[in-house]
Design a protein. Structure first.
Ligand code: PHB
Ligand code: FE
Length: 326
């Protein structure tokens, strides 16, 4: 395995970007596109879509199950190792044996992905921001945006707002209400703690907290009880990946509306359109892939089961791909 940087690439036009390689894969970028070369072929993606997907794959440690950057290229998390693939979940590639898969140590692939982000994300472009809230990623190399790409997902140390929690968001610490959430009520609940319990009893306005997030499509763990992870996120424009989960996942639409494309996880064949309005709850089955569209910034709660034994139970058929039988 080798990381080839600084080497003249096939598409090199003197734009200032390096080529990045691992195993048989080689990534290059030009003004508008990411080019992926692999044994037996090449693939191309718009560079903005590629960088938004890459950012999430890195930030989420390859996430649960499959991260499809588009309907051809992506990664599958095996929690310690990761497969990077061309056409693995694409019926046309599979039926003509044109798919290509390589397995890497997660830490090795993560390193190459991080180097690519550092090199390819220009000053003024934040891959976590909604398109209307950031600059364009196109053109020749111009600076970088280390601050944006090294942002960590917020994990509360203890309940949001209690002494010792660092995550509370206010106008004063640089987290104003998002421009599209000006209608969100920001009043705080009244708390009447018994004397002596003032530091332990607390309540806060969850909407007022989440509506100050400066990123999109980036679930943050807001509560974690054993394997039950509640992850709130603000969504605007398109989920940059098409996620094929290796377990059932629940969505709670807290405000506004998201339209979901649900496709078969293995083939990509369309299965359903799901329109989720504020108050709707859905269980996403373990045998699908999904991509969401949020016309206006909205609040979504993603509920994940972090139990590491689940992928095997679903893969072996021990568990049905859906949680309830009606
Ligand atoms: C998902 O794939 O389930 C997902 C990912 C990121 C989000 C929301 C949902 O912000
Ligand atoms: Fe998902």
């Amino acid at each position: 395995m080798s990381t080839v940087a600084n080497q003249q690439g096939l598409t090199d036009k003197g734009l200032g970007y390096k080529a990045h390689s691992i195993g048989g894969f080689r990534f290059e970028r030009d003004e508008y596109f990411a080019h992926i070369f692999y044994p037996g072929g090449r693939h191309i993606m718009p560079v903005d879509a590629f960088l938004r997907a890459l950012m999430r794959d890195v930030a989420w440690g390859f996430f649960y199950g499959t991260v499809n950057f588009d309907n051809v290229f992506g990664t599958v998390n095996h929690y310690g190792t990761v497969e990077m693939f061309i056409g693995l979940f694409n019926e046309a590639y599979r039926s003509t044996n044109r798919h290509h898969v390589e397995t890497f140590e997660s830490k090795d692939l993560k390193k190459v992905f991080e180097q690519m982000l550092q090199d390819w994300v220009n000053e003024g472009f934040d891959p976590f921001a909604a398109p209307d809230e950031t600059g364009a990623p196109f053109g020749a190399k111009k600076g970088n945006n280390t601050k944006a790409i090294q942002r960590q997902r917020m994990v509360a140390d203890r309940m949001v707002g209690l002494p010792g929690d660092l995550g509370y968001r206010t106008d004063q610490n640089g987290y104003p209400l998002n421009r599209q959430f000006q209608d969100i009520p920001t009043d705080q609940p009244e708390v009447h703690a018994e004397p002596g319990f003032e530091k332990d009893v607390h309540a806060y306005n969850f909407f007022n907290y989440v509506a100050r997030s400066d990123v999109t499509w980036n679930p943050s763990v807001v509560s974690c009880v054993k394997d039950s992870q509640f992850c709130a996120t603000t969504e605007e424009h398109i989920l940059p990946i098409t996620h094929g989960n290796d377990r059932v996942e629940w969505f709670i639409q807290a405000t506004d509306e998201i339209i979901w494309d649900i496709d078969d996880r293995a083939t990509g064949k369309p299965r359903a359109k799901v329109v989720m309005k504020a108050g709707d709850v859905a269980a996403m089955p373990a045998d699908i892939r999904h991509r969401g569209y949020s016309p206006k910034r909205s609040i979504l709660i993603v509920w994940e089961n972090n139990d590491g034994t689940l992928p095997q139970k679903y893969a072996s058929g021990q568990l049905k791909p859906y949680p309830v039988e009606f």
